[in-house]
Design a protein around this ligand. Structure first.
Ligand code: AMP
Length: 285
């Protein structure tokens, strides 16, 4: 496994791999790798001959009062995990390598951002779309892998690739969870013991809401009230909870087709997000 820090070097690696006839799988991350990231790497490894992992904590996607400075980082640990998971090249650029000047332009996401993390983190998805577009242009993979854990992000990236005709396949991977149901996240390290013990109730609430839908309740307001009730018993604070069509993220009182139940929840030191997607017609997740 190689570690490269420049755009030129990662491009050379990819060009050489393509010249050998290899197909390229790409996994963009912000590092502090966990089993969720590893599942993406493994999916890419299964489908492709050559796997590129990027590790870059992207300043553009953090708001002024968010956790950019204290976002967990441990490159040496990440390197070991990546090697074991079968990564061929880690692209580990500096902020200066990615943004040598003030960006003269950025991608402004205009659809699907008035809800969920888009409304609670203004500008966040413009930052995500801009860095992912840059990374896709730099690496030029055949396929890029993203987690359903960040379901709104996945929907926006799929829209972006379609809107800008980027020749890449976007692959969504299921959320990897701890044994007690808590979605794996780099930010889980911020949780106090008490918060960590309570946090699985987020997933429990989403599952209960999903079960209500699957047992025939299709009024959004009823499901939402149930979720709010259940989440109201926690010791933290709800940032948002919503029930929307997926992947359009449209609001509709009468739920049908694919539906996402999504929550963002503040503990003292961490904001956690999770979601559950049900297909009403198919009757399953
Ligand atoms: P991050 O490093 O948090 O920006 O995440 C990098 C990629 O890993 C994104 O596509 C995330 O959706 C994905 N990811 C993060 N947590 C999980 C998880 N628990 N299960 C599956 N994918 C995940």
């Amino acid at each position: 496994m190689k570690v490269v820090e420049t755009i030129k070097a990662v491009r050379n690696e990819v060009i050489a791999a393509k010249q050998t006839g290899f197909s390229i799988g790409f996994v963009p991350t912000m590092g502090y790798l966990h089993e969720g990231h590893v599942s993406l790497i493994e999916a890419a490894r299964k489908d492709h001959d050559f796997v590129v992992l990027s590790i870059f904590v992207n300043p553009l996607q953090f708001g002024p009062n968010e956790d950019l400075d204290r976002y967990p980082r441990d490159f040496q640990r990440d390197e070991k995990i990546a090697q074991k998971a079968g990564v061929d090249v880690i692209f580990y650029p500096s902020v200066h390598e990615m943004y040598p000047t003030n960006m003269p332009m950025s991608i402004h996401v205009t659809s699907g951002v008035d809800v969920l993390c888009g409304s609670s983190r203004p500008g966040h998805f413009d930052g995500v779309a801009t860095v992912v577009m840059k990374l896709l242009q730099i690496v030029q993979p055949n396929e890029a892998y993203f987690g359903q854990k960040d379901a709104q992000q996945l929907a926006i990236i799929m829209n972006m690739v379609e809107a800008f005709n980027v020749p890449v396949n976007i692959h969504g991977c299921p959320t990897v969870r701890e044994e007690d149901g808590l979605a794996k996240s780099s930010r889980n390290v911020y949780l106090t013991n008490e918060d960590r013990a309570e946090a699985p109730f987020l997933y429990e609430a989403l599952k209960e809401g999903a079960n209500l839908i699957l047992s025939g309740e299709t009024r959004r307001s009823v499901i939402l009230a149930e979720l709010e009730n259940r989440l109201g018993t926690g010791s933290g604070r709800i940032d948002y909870v919503d029930v929307l069509r997926y992947p359009s993220l449209e609001q509709s009182e009468q739920l049908s087709g694919k539906v996402i139940l999504a929550v963002a929840y503040f503990y003292k030191n961490a904001r956690l997000i999770d979601n559950y997607i049900v297909d009403i017609q198919e009757g399953e997740k």
